[in-house]
Design a protein around this ligand. Structure first.
Ligand SMILES: [Zn+2]
Length: 430
């Protein structure tokens, strides 16, 4: 194993990611530049429009695909939340939900891909949901409209004025109700009562409890894809925040995507961890701790400044490495979620970010913890990198650590973080 961090006499820091081998250099004198999005004057918004800003907003639910499930608040349940499935289009419109699970209209791997490559068929539950949804007038109209959009997107010669046949709607509906690329969409675009457009409701602006439910709902969606499609070897989970990070809308959502391979990186890591079963512990949080990079902990998870990423990054690792994410206990998920929430809150809603999850898929019996990498998509130097595969990252892990610690202390003082989160350098009061 190559030493992940090396400091040179002039202050240059060479990083090698212990899991991917990505090489990143941080050159001195650049680390203190501000990373927040170039501030523009916030524009006023009319609070009456706050639920109709984009297609993910609760006032425009029929612009997205037919909803699979939703999380709503329900004081009658032990934890105050309830999952609801099988709503008609009329019912979806009638009530907002805190989080919604939907198929992506333009999926990375389509139903045809899974069906024609692997012979995969929709489950009985998917067929039943399709039938029920199409049985009401609003559902029928909704699916017809989406069928048209999908056909137009595929075929430039599609005749928008030509009425859809029953067969067209049926065919497109199968794909719409048998999606293997899902979205988990949060309710609000802006903070409640926001009057300017800078008050976006990003991950760090949810309450720790809301964020925990968001993570739990996402894990359950991931589990569902593995369960319903035996050809899904891996389910990728990620969150692009803000358009500069690849998001279609500045409205909080995660993507959950099944693929039929583990992918080159996971295959390499699996071989590595088979030889070195402590890989993630030793080269993850233990090494980060030895370098003074840990920012916070909970009972079963650690957050630290990441090493060897193309963008300045924070990582959250669960300490539980012997199970798939859906087998974690409620407390273990909460421990992971609360740290991820704290990292988002410390990063700030103005910074474009990618959040990438890594986990143990069911086909691998290896110690692989659930972990998330939160990448700050701030500008980096370019040109040099394509030829050398050495990336220049302007902010060192220690600068990420320092900046994050400063923000976390303020957030903790303001009571914005979960009580489970213990900041680095403080002693537990619990
Ligand atoms: Zn929106």
């Amino acid at each position: 194993m190559i030493e992940p961090l090396t400091r040179l006499p002039d202050g240059t820091i060479k990083q090698v990611n212990p899991f991917t081998g990505t090489k990143v250099w941080t050159l001195p004198g650049r680390g203190r530049r501000p990373i927040d999005r170039a501030a523009r004057a916030p524009l006023p918004i009319d609070p009456a429009d706050a639920d109709r800003i984009c297609a993910f907003c609760p006032g425009r639910v029929l612009e997205t695909t037919p909803e699979i499930a939703r999380l709503v608040r329900d004081p009658a349940t032990p934890d105050g939340w309830r999952e609801v499935r099988g709503l008609t289009a009329e019912e979806v419109v009638a009530m907002p939900a805190e989080f919604r699970l939907l198929p992506n209209l333009f999926e990375i791997l389509s139903y045809d891909y899974w069906h024609l490559t692997h012979g995969w068929e929709p489950t009985v539950a998917m067929r039943a949901r399709q039938q029920a949804y199409l049985s009401t007038p609003a559902g029928r109209e909704h699916v017809g409209r989406l069928a048209r959009t999908r056909m137009d997107a595929r075929d430039a010669n599609s005749r928008a004025d030509k009425p859809l046949s029953e067969a067209d709607v049926e065919r497109e509906a199968v794909g719409l109700f048998a999606g293997n690329h899902l979205l988990v969409v949060a309710r609000r675009h802006y903070e409640p009562g926001a009057h300017v457009d800078s008050l976006l409701r990003g991950s760090g602006r949810l309450t720790p409890e809301e964020h925990w439910k968001y993570v739990e709902f996402t894990i359950s969606a991931m589990h569902g894809l593995y369960r319903d499609n035996e050809h899904a070897r891996y389910v990728s989970v990620f969150q692009n925040w803000l358009q500069a990070a690849g998001a279609s809308f500045d409205h909080l959502h995660k993507q959950v995507v099944a693929i039929d391979e583990l992918g080159a990186q996971l295959e390499r890591e699996a071989a590595q961890v088979a030889r070195d079963r402590d890989l993630y512990e030793r080269w993850g949080h233990t090494y980060a701790d030895s370098q003074g990079l840990v920012v916070a902990r909970t009972s079963t998870a650690v957050a630290f400044a990441g090493i060897g990423h193309r963008f300045p990054s924070l990582e959250v690792h669960s300490l539980v490495d012997d199970r798939c994410p859906w087998d974690l206990t409620v407390d273990q998920v909460r421990d992971f979620s609360d740290l991820l929430h704290a990292c988002h809150a410390a990063t700030g809603v103005d910074v474009p970010t990618n959040e990438e999850w890594h986990h143990r898929p069911p086909s691998l019996d290896l110690p692989m913890p659930l972990r998330a990498v939160l990448k700050w998509r701030v500008s980096t130097l370019a040109g040099f990198e394509g030829g050398t595969k050495i990336y220049v990252n302007t902010i060192s892990p220690w600068s990420v650590h320092e900046r994050t610690m400063g923000r976390l202390r303020m957030l903790a003082a303001d009571g914005e973080l979960s009580e489970r989160v213990q900041l680095s350098g403080t002693t537990s009061t619990r």
